[in-house]
Design a protein. Structure first.
Length: 367
């Protein structure tokens, strides 16, 4: 079942199949960066969200040890595929151990992911917390310990809207091609407004110690707490849901993906995701002028990803040359016939921000 079908674009490749096997078909050190959300595994087996009934679906692991064993195959392959000195980013969160509303605990899934990556050769480099709006989390998850009545009755049972995390890991070795930003950042990805007094510095080409525009952006990105992510800026996904989706599924925010791509890749780099879902990571890469590879097990998600990537092509910042690794790669003759009938894709979902936060204004000149 390694590969069911695939769809090739000018600067991306989408695979429908089991990523544990598909990744093995790619040559060593062909990927510049990877970013993805694995299933949020629970300590007693299964996962916080159920996606399908397939025994190959990691959300159906019978025990957490079984999950780690199979997820370890993915991580090991990503280490092989990642170029020396380059990065992989994992989106995850603490996982509730129950939903009784009476003293439920949390499982430290991020800690388990860190230990797994370190055991397979990666170096743990950074952790970014992504702010979550409490009422939205309560509405989406129906977490009883987030209900307002909890503090009315007994706030000892109250919890919080736990942050998501982006864990950053680096493959050992020297990075042969520096990820350089010679003129700093000229695009801010987030919900804040860049202070007006900094706009004249946009596109600054002089000495970078004076690039106040880029310095302000860097302060947002370098913070360990990303509270400026537009939480509803996600790709269309509702058509991809089916009866096997146990709970509301929400794709990774494009702000997170595009910010990571801007930080840890160069234009034209290859970005991979082994858990593609509806194509968010590949979309974020392609629309930022990179090349993308995605793999997805679930058919309805894969079909939606094909639709979404058709839109990314029209929004790409830079048109890249043909998709070629210069080595063996999966067959290009298996283009997915079921995608030819797909309708034109909808635009990414962007709802008005539910909150307003003041921009962090630099009080000193750039370093």
């Amino acid at each position: 079942m390694a590969l069911i079908s695939q769809h090739k674009g000018d600067n991306y490749m989408l695979h429908h199949g089991d990523s544990a096997e598909v990744l093995q078909s790619y040559p060593d050190a062909c990927v510049d960066f990877s970013i993805y959300s694995p299933p949020f595994a629970q300590p007693g087996g299964g996962a916080l969200y159920h996606y399908s009934s397939s025994p190959r679906d990691l959300s159906n692991a019978r025990t957490f040890d079984e999950f780690l064993t199979h997820y370890g195959v993915i991580v090991r392959e990503l280490y092989r595929l990642t170029k020396p000195g380059r990065m992989t980013a994992v989106h995850c969160a603490d996982v509730p151990t129950g939903n009784t509303g009476k003293g439920d605990g949390l499982f430290d899934l991020p800690g388990e992911i860190i230990r797994l990556h370190e055991s397979l050769g990666f170096r743990y480099s950074a952790r970014f917390a992504i702010w979550k709006e409490p009422l939205a989390v309560r509405t989406r998850t129906m977490a009883k310990n987030l209900a307002h009545k909890t503090i009315v009755e007994d706030s000892a049972d109250c919890s919080n809207a736990g942050a998501d995390y982006l864990l950053l890991f680096r493959r050992k070795g020297e990075n042969a091609v520096p990820i350089a930003h010679p003129n700093g950042f000229d695009r801010y990805i987030g919900e804040r407004e860049v202070p007006r007094e900094l706009l004249p510095y946009k596109g600054w080409t002089g000495k970078q110690t004076g690039n106040r525009y880029s310095h302000w952006i860097w302060r947002q990105y370098a913070s360990s707490f990303w509270d400026d992510i537009r939480l509803d800026r996600v790709l269309p996904y509702r058509e991809a849901r089916d009866a096997e989706d146990e709970k509301h599924v929400h794709p990774l925010q494009l702000d997170v993906i595009e910010r990571a791509v801007a930080l840890w890749t160069n234009p034209g780099d290859v970005v991979m995701t082994p858990f593609m879902g509806v194509g968010s990571e590949v979309y974020g890469a392609v629309s930022s002028g990179r090349k993308g590879i995605g793999c997805e097990l679930k058919a309805s998600y894969y079909r939606q990803a094909v639709k979404n990537l058709a839109l990314a092509k029209s929004e790409a910042v830079e048109k890249q040359v043909g998709f070629d690794f210069g080595g063996d790669s999966p067959s290009e003759t298996m283009d997915d016939a079921e995608t030819s009938e797909d309708a034109a894709p909808a635009a990414p979902v962007e709802k008005p921000a539910k909150r307003t936060r003041k921009a962090r204004v630099a009080t000193t000149s750039a370093e």
